[in-house]
Design a protein around this ligand. Structure first.
Ligand code: NDP
Length: 318
């Protein structure tokens, strides 16, 4: 086992890197585990986003991977240490906290931990969806909606995210086909009402997406639906397809130690990055199911690092 660190950061999206930049500048010598492909890609969800037009500071646009490279370079420049390894196991039952990482399962310990492991969008899992990702298939309307201005798009899902994505897209697109597999939405009544009142949104109930067209053209030209009651098949002409069937927060590692919301996200004390274990902080999408933006993740990473610094000042002899 190596010496006890002041702070270990788990995760390498905007939240993790912002925490690393702040922690490094506070001389906390942060060690970040950026993950390997198994636990998600280093850099998080922006690595699967083409153009980012809503991250402040980039008047034109920046690609997701370029933005994450800049984050990573800045963390290194400020003195963070980064390991391209997955964390396999943690023990937050006593201090110092322990973390096991990498193929050789090496043990590390730290006085504080910042968790920034993010969340992953769920996909339907059909082949054409995978083939057309980034070519008209997206899991984030706020990120990619503007590329479909005045076009016809489809949204899949029946929860609050699907309602929100449909409303957002209706402000940009010519029409929105909202496709749901059942006859009733799961979303809150208020959100449903807004959607149902919106003349640009047409709902397709009892509809399953069989295929996204057209893989042979390398772009989205439509979706083929199957009505689950009648078996009838219909093709809708759309140029954008947004899947909004929920996200899965990457919290499996922490279940034994940290409190989770019913939907699986980490609980933090409102307005802070503190989890139920003093000295363990959480930032970014792993604890945020409301905003889920790169900029809000970065902001919460900053909060986590500042809180870790204050916590160390109050609780350690260093
Ligand atoms: P939810 O789990 O609430 O809803 C997922 C939806 O996707 C359901 O309608 C579900 O259908 C459908 N779905 C799931 N898997 C499939 C599949 N394989 N094929 C077709 N459809 C599928 O996820 P959300 O992301 O919408 O919301 C997550 C949480 O975040 C909720 O608690 C929500 O309230 C909250 N939220 C709050 C917001 C706000 O307050 N502004 C905004 C967004 C989210 P079915 O209903 O048949 O199960």
């Amino acid at each position: 086992m190596t010496d006890t660190r002041k702070v270990i950061i788990i995760g390498s999206g905007p939240a993790g890197h912002t925490a690393a930049i702040y922690a490094a500048r506070a001389n906390l010598k942060p060690l970040m585990f950026e993950g390997l492909v198994r636990g998600g890609i280093p850099g998080g969800q922006l690595m699967i986003t083409n153009d980012v037009e809503n991250y402040p500071g980039f008047p034109e646009k920046v690609t997701g991977p370029d933005l994450m490279k800049a984050f990573r370079d800045q963390s290194l420049h400020q003195g963070a240490e980064i390991r391209t390894e997955d964390v396999n196991r943690v023990d937050f039952s006593k201090r110092p906290f322990r973390v096991w990482a990498g193929d050789d399962n090496e043990e590390y310990s730290a006085e504080t931990i910042i968790i920034a492991t993010g969340a992953q969008a769920k996909w339907l899992g059909i082949e054409s969806e995978h083939a057309l990702k980034g070519r008209g298939v997206s899991a984030c309307a706020v990120c990619d909606g503007a590329f479909f201005r005045n076009q016809d798009v489809a949204v899949v899902g029946g929860g609050d995210t699907a309602m929100e994505e449909s409303m957002y897209l209706s402000g940009l697109c010519r029409s929105v086909a909202l496709i749901h597999r059942r006859e009733e939405f799961r979303a809150s009544k208020t959100m449903q009402e807004r959607v149902l009142k919106n003349p640009k949104i047409k709902v397709y109930y009892n509809s399953e997406v069989e295929e996204i067209l057209d893989v042979s053209k390398g772009e989205v030209t439509g979706v083929r639906l199957r009505n689950s009651k009648t078996g009838e098949k219909t093709n809708l002409d759309v140029t954008g397809y947004f899947v909004a069937i929920g996200h899965t927060p990457n919290t499996d590692l922490f279940r034994d130690f940290l409190e989770l919301h019913d939907n699986g996200y980490l609980k933090t004390k409102p307005g802070t990055a503190q989890t139920n274990v003093p000295g363990v902080f959480a930032a970014g999408d792993v604890q945020d199911f409301v905003y889920r933006q790169a900029v809000t993740a970065a902001g919460s990473g900053c909060m986590a690092a500042l809180e870790a610094e204050r916590w160390l000042a109050a609780n350690s002899d260093h």
